[in-house]
Design a protein. Structure first.
Length: 420
């Protein structure tokens, strides 16, 4: 059977090896900050355990006070790594376990008695495990089932630490080897360590898969969906209950004279215009709708609407808001306009190709009428919005369109862009 020092050396080597692997992954992809936090956590744990194992070969202050403090500081990095999965920063309260240890060893009775130090370390570790369990349970760091398993494992480890602390306080052993329930504590720690690695690996794999799927479905410049994402989104929308008794509207957008913008102001300015337009549209497209870039300066939005008037209102709001926007670029402010074609269909009879063909007809007329127009197709007729005379949608639509300037005044500031 291994003696306690040999077991500590092996434990330190395993933690350090895992830290090196996690650090290598983080160095390969710096955007995955949780790997860096976990690498620091396992590195601190390995170094702290190594210093504890070297007791007798190094000064006591290194193997006792500093070694245990470094080992307990691992909770700070583990907690911050778990929170990084949900985009949250490192919290100050995550340092509580190491602070408990530091505060305790400043007291001479605890510093001079090994039994009290064992009790103190286990109380600090129990605090760390309970905080990990709380983070896993409260925050959206993974699927609910994984969060519950991790929270359960860390809660069990916290309870074992509390039991060991109580038994140690009752028996007051004179050495680590004589500490009660050391075998149970070691077995629980090993099990928790392995389980945490396995579940953590599964969480990371799932997140990587989600990230890959996101990259496959989105345009890297604007963050909008790409054509594949829009096709999949359309399939989801026509099958949803929310759209069952409504119309599906498709709006095609074509930025006017975009080549001139690139030629006059440069491609970086052109990219800024594309990003600005995408940001504006995501602000205005109704909840439940989807928006994407279909190529070059062309975009598309899909949304469930009550009638053609609502679709025309959204399209015209986007057109007026974009025309009123001044976009900051490295060549100064740039303004641009957009032409829009909109078509609708019943969700039950959703045919994306036909819907796009109809919207494209409306877009063609908007461009033919001088650009910076929005048009809708109703049956076989294509109407410019706002329309006048016999082409008008109806008085209610005209009143809605007349209110667009008020909507534009509210919608444009939300994009983070500037107005004249």
């Amino acid at each position: 059977m291994l003696d306690i020092n040999t077991a500590l050396f092996l434990w330190a080597m395993e933690a350090s090896t895992l830290a090196a692997l996690l650090a290598a992954v983080w160095l390969y992809d710096r955007t995955q900050g949780h790997y860096g936090h976990w690498a620091l956590g396992f590195g601190a744990h390995g170094l702290g355990v190594l210093l504890i194992a070297l007791r007798g070969g190094v000064p006591d202050i290194l193997s006792i006070e500093i070694g245990n403090a470094i080992a307990l500081s691992s909770f700070l990095f583990w907690i911050s790594g778990v929170l990084a999965l949900s985009g949250r920063p490192m919290p100050g309260w995550a340092a509580l376990p190491v602070l408990i240890w530091i505060a305790g060893v400043l007291l001479p009775p605890i510093r001079e008695e090994i039994a009290y130090r064992i009790v103190l370390y286990n109380l600090a570790a129990a605090c760390g495990y309970l905080m990990l369990a709380s983070v896993a349970f409260r925050f959206d760091v993974a699927e609910r089932r994984f969060r519950r398993v991790l929270a359960s494992i860390w809660t069990v480890e916290a309870l074992v630490c509390l039991i060991v602390a109580g038994a140690t306080f009752a028996t007051m052993p004179e050495s680590i080897q004589a500490a009660p329930l050391s075998a149970v504590s070691t077995a629980t720690s090993i099990f928790g360590f392995i389980a945490m690695i396995m579940i953590g690996a599964k969480i990371v794999m799932d997140r990587s898969e989600q990230r890959l799927q996101h990259l496959i479905r989105t345009d890297p410049l604007t963050g909008a969906l790409n054509r594949r994402g829009m096709v999949e989104g359309f399939a989801t929308m026509i099958g949803s209950k929310a759209a069952a008794d409504r119309l599906l509207a498709l709006a095609l957008f074509d930025l006017d004279h975009f080549k001139t913008i690139n030629d006059t102001h440069g491609h970086q300015a052109g990219d800024a215009v594309l990003v600005a337009f995408a940001t504006l549209c995501r602000t205005i497209v109704p909840s439940g709708g989807i928006f994407g870039r279909t190529g070059g300066e062309e975009f598309m939005a899909l949304m469930a609407v009550r009638d053609i008037r609502e679709a025309a209102l959204v399209a015209e709001t986007i057109r007026q808001a974009f025309a009123a926007t001044r976009i900051e670029t490295d060549r100064g402010q740039v303004s641009a306009t957009v032409s829009i074609g909109t078509a609708t269909t019943a969700a039950a009879a959703g045919d994306l190709d036909r819907l796009m063909s109809n919207a494209d007809r409306a877009l063609y007329k908007a461009k033919a009428r001088g650009r910076n127009r929005s048009a809708v197709i109703i049956g076989d007729k294509v109407l410019i919005v706002p329309a006048e005379g016999p082409e008008a949608l109806d008085e209610q639509a005209d009143r809605q369109v007349a209110a667009l300037k008020r909507l534009v005044a509210k919608a444009t500031p939300q994009t983070g862009l500037s107005k004249p």
